[in-house]
Design a protein around this ligand. Structure first.
Ligand SMILES: C[S@@+](CC[C@H](N)C(=O)[O-])C[C@H]1O[C@@H](n2cnc3c(N)ncnc32)[C@H](O)[C@@H]1O
Length: 397
């Protein structure tokens, strides 16, 4: 699919300046003219992870500017993302005053999407975030000295006992117990999960896919010296509290009254309202990521229900011929189901790395009205390296 012609076009576009004036996009913008080959300088990480987009790490999300461009181009009334993940489409739609719906099979992802798009009383949120930390640090003094307090913060959960140092575990379990006393419990759960992720017994160079806990000092490839695994969670809880508050405040400045609904469901069968005039989505790529597994610490700590057997195209399943067949059926079932809720001539935009050429609009009642290719030259974590991304633009027939 990514033949020489595409590579040549992209190489030529690299000589020119890519689009960065996003608000210049209108209904009249010609898709052919779009140059979306951003390099780090054109679209720095800070812009890609602005306000709530960085409330919690999530591997496999698209950049918010991509969503903004296509929402401005098609200007829908109601946009739907059947694989909403960390909620990028929903946040961007809300900022533009567009009603949005998202579905995801992973309950942690829907929690994150809800927390990002929720409306907050900032004063109350500020008070709660500080209060829970203060109460936790009071308990902390007794963790070691008082047998009774110490016992309160133990667990039989194997994962938690294995992947966290003793003090870390107590701090996390203490924060978790206190959450129920607050209004904004979901947001506090996200601060807790993000802190737990950073405080696991892992090496600095393998935060994404750690295979076993690292309990002793180790030679760190990232920092070029001997590093010691983290022994506490408080410093993360404290700094992520400030960061989260700041990010929510920033989004609050541009948040509109547009409606956002998030469903925890299988997008092959979820019940949706009619009237969806645009879909903007990025399906799981075949055999690349296990979406439940990447947030395992959160599932264990928050006792979340695991629905991983319903994930389409998980890494665990690989990309054999059998897996490909299953994947195509899964994706087509989602697209056909979604189509039933779309308006006449509704637009479907799919961001995908379709190296196996698995996406065919005519199989699911759409026709292609455009295709934009872009070169992705910047990824974080272990998936460093270049790859192409296609933006498929279809219309309902
Ligand atoms: C590529 S990610 C989407 C990322 C999203 N665009 C973002 O920016 O955060 C694909 C998502 O599809 C979800 N998914 C996989 N199978 C699903 C299914 N059967 N129903 C609903 N969601 C599913 C995964 O949990 C994952 O969050």
């Amino acid at each position: 699919m990514y033949d020489n012609t595409v590579a040549q076009k992209i190489a030529k576009q690299y000589q020119q300046t890519p689009l960065t004036n996003f608000s210049s996009i209108t209904l009249d913008t010609d898709l052919e003219t779009l140059n979306l080959n951003w390099r780090e300088n054109d679209l720095p990480e800070m812009a890609r992870t602005k306000h709530v987009h960085r409330l919690h790490p999530y591997m496999g999300k698209f950049i918010p500017q991509l969503v903004e461009i296509f929402l401005r181009k098609f200007n829908p009334k109601l946009v739907y993302d059947p694989f909403c993940g960390s909620g990028t489409t929903l946040v961007e739609a809300n900022a533009l005053g567009i009603d949005a719906i998202g579905t995801d099979i992973s309950i942690f992802n829907t929690l994150l999407s809800k927390v990002k798009t929720n409306k907050y009383d900032i004063e109350l949120l500020d008070k709660e975030i500080r209060d829970i930390l203060k109460r936790m640090s009071k308990y902390e003094k007794d963790f070691l000295n008082d047998e009774k307090v110490n016992k309160l913060f133990t667990t039989k959960n194997d994962y938690i006992n294995e992947w966290f140092a003793d003090r870390t575990k107590k701090e996390l379990l203490c924060y978790l117990r206190l959450i129920k006393d607050y209004e904004y419990q979901d947001l506090l759960k996200i601060i807790l999960s993000r802190s737990a992720r950073s405080a696991r017994l892992v090496t600095h160079y393998d935060l994404d896919f750690p295979k076993k806990p690292q309990k002793t000092p180790y030679q760190c490839y990232k920092h070029g010296r001997v590093c010691t695994p983290v022994q506490e969670a408080y410093k993360f809880l404290s700094s992520y509290s400030i960061d989260t508050l700041q990010r929510v405040k920033e989004f609050n400045q541009i948040r509109t009254k547009a409606d956002v609904k998030v469903f925890h469901d299988d997008s092959r069968t979820v019940d949706l309202p009619k009237g969806i005039d645009m879909v903007f989505t990025s399906p799981p790529y075949i055999g690349l990521i296990d979406y439940h597994d990447q947030h395992k610490y959160a599932y264990e700590l928050l006792s979340l229900k695991n629905n991983e057997t319903k994930e389409i195209g998980p890494a665990k399943r690989g990309s054999s011929e059998e897996a490909k067949k299953e994947y195509i059926k899964g994706i087509n079932d989602v697209l056909l189901h979604t189509r039933d809720y779309m308006t006449k001539d509704g637009i479907m935009v799919i961001v995908v790395n379709d190296k196996h050429n698995l996406y065919n609009p005519s199989n699911v009642g759409f026709r292609s009205i455009g295709r934009v290719e872009r070169h992705v030259n910047r990824r974080t974590g272990r998936r460093n390296g270049a790859f192409y991304e296609s933006i498929l633009i279809w219309q309902k027939i």
